[in-house]
Design a protein around this ligand. Structure first.
Ligand code: TXA
Ligand code: MG
Length: 347
């Protein structure tokens, strides 16, 4: 049985989180809100508890987890060493949507890091997440709280849909603010490498530590081995087949409308994902907009909700506009490309 606890993130008492925190400390599984997406947490040092995360999600066991902390002192028992540049990033962006890859300490079991000698760590900015971690007294290993392969959850209903009956607690703290997963930055190479773009943009990182590299999204079906094991799976995906169409706006609209007509003629339920500015140009069965091109943060926050909505409405093929790849736009496009499994048409 799964217990749902509702918490008002701007006005709550830590005691309200006590049953969930005790469950975590005792090896249970607890889904909780962070500022990015909901996480599915377990005690990072308890190998048995961590194995249950992989079972509940149906996650491949070679995909390592992020260890979440509430206080900087916890780092000592998680990372073997912390480079100076990593310290500066923590000072600038923690708590917040930045995950750092560091050499792992001996106390962290192989289950948490999928056997790697490195560990991913972050301090989330959501007050419920911080209070829960602190109260539990443990570092919390947590992937996104979705079934493997589905879009990450940005509200408790998404978690309930995917994991109800499979875990001990779900803390409902409302919608997440960033809406896309944290930036994953590898600090173990000679120069830092972004393995997954996210809430903290490349531009923001470079203002603090100078140049960083960005790992290219591995080509689907290609034989390059990604540095971040999670990047090789086609996840963040709706059930429908999705195709991105990029180019000059009018040509994009014409192309998408032609593709929609072609698919409707075959009796397929069609969907279009478009910016609010151009949403009116489309004649599909379901047209959804994550927001305005002028507000990329709002677009990021709404993308996963849109992808789930297409699924809920039984859409079979989705065509999507693209967004500029600057700032948070790099993360938006990274998730859209993955949801599309690399299908992109240039017009
Ligand atoms: O915003 C987030 O990061 C959310 C919330 C819950 O904190 N968590 C999240 O976790 O997105 P997950 O498991 O869905 O994604 C973790 C990513 C995966 O791509 C994984 O391969 C990578 O981080 N990762 C974890 N440990 C790693 C390591 N030691 N080396 C390289 N990549 C690692
Ligand atoms: Mg995930």
């Amino acid at each position: 049985r799964t217990t749902v606890i509702r918490i008002n993130q701007s006005d709550f008492k830590p005691e309200e989180l006590l049953p969930a925190a005790q469950s975590l400390a005792a090896g249970g599984l607890v889904a909780f809100p962070t500022e990015t997406v909901y996480g599915l947490g377990a005690d990072a040092r308890n190998a048995r508890a961590v194995r249950k995360i992989f079972e509940a999600k149906g996650r491949p066991s070679d995909n390592p987890l992020i260890v979440h902390i509430s206080d900087i002192e916890q780092l000592e028992s998680i990372a073997a060493t912390v480079p100076e540049k990593a310290r500066r990033l923590m000072e600038a962006f923690w708590p917040g949507p930045l995950t750092l890859i560091l050499p792992k300490a001996a106390e962290i079991p192989d289950e948490t890091t999928a056997g790697l000698s490195t560990v991913a760590v972050r301090m989330p900015a959501n007050p419920i997440a911080l209070a829960l971690i602190r109260l539990s007294g443990v570092a919390v290993a947590a992937p996104s709280a979705n079934l493997s392969g589905r879009p990450s959850p940005t509200c408790a209903d998404h978690v309930i849909e995917d994991l109800s009956g499979r875990i001990d607690y779900i803390i409902d703290g409302g919608s997440t603010s960033v809406g896309l997963e944290s930036t994953v930055l590898d600090m173990t190479a000679d120069s830092p490498v972004v393995l997954r773009p996210g809430g903290i943009s490349v531009e923001m990182l470079e203002r603090v530590i100078g140049p960083v590299q960005v790992d290219k999204l591995p080509e689907m079906g290609g034989n390059t081995v990604p540095k971040s094991p999670g990047m090789k799976y086609r996840h963040y995906s709706p059930k429908a087949e999705m195709t991105l169409v990029c180019g000059e706006p009018e040509r994009v609209a014409d192309t998408i409308n032609a593709l929609v007509a072609e698919n409707r003629a075959k009796n397929r339920k069609t969907g279009v994902l478009a910016a609010s500015e151009t949403q009116m140009s489309y004649a599909a069965d379901v047209v959804l907009s994550p927001g305005s091109r002028q507000e990329p943060e709002a677009v990021a926050a709404a993308i996963y909700r849109c992808l789930r909505e297409f699924d809920d409405q039984g859409v079979e093929v989705i065509f999507s506009e693209t967004f500029p790849e600057e700032g948070i736009g790099l993360a938006i496009m990274n998730r859209l490309k993955k949801a599309a499994g690399g299908r992109m048409i240039r017009v």
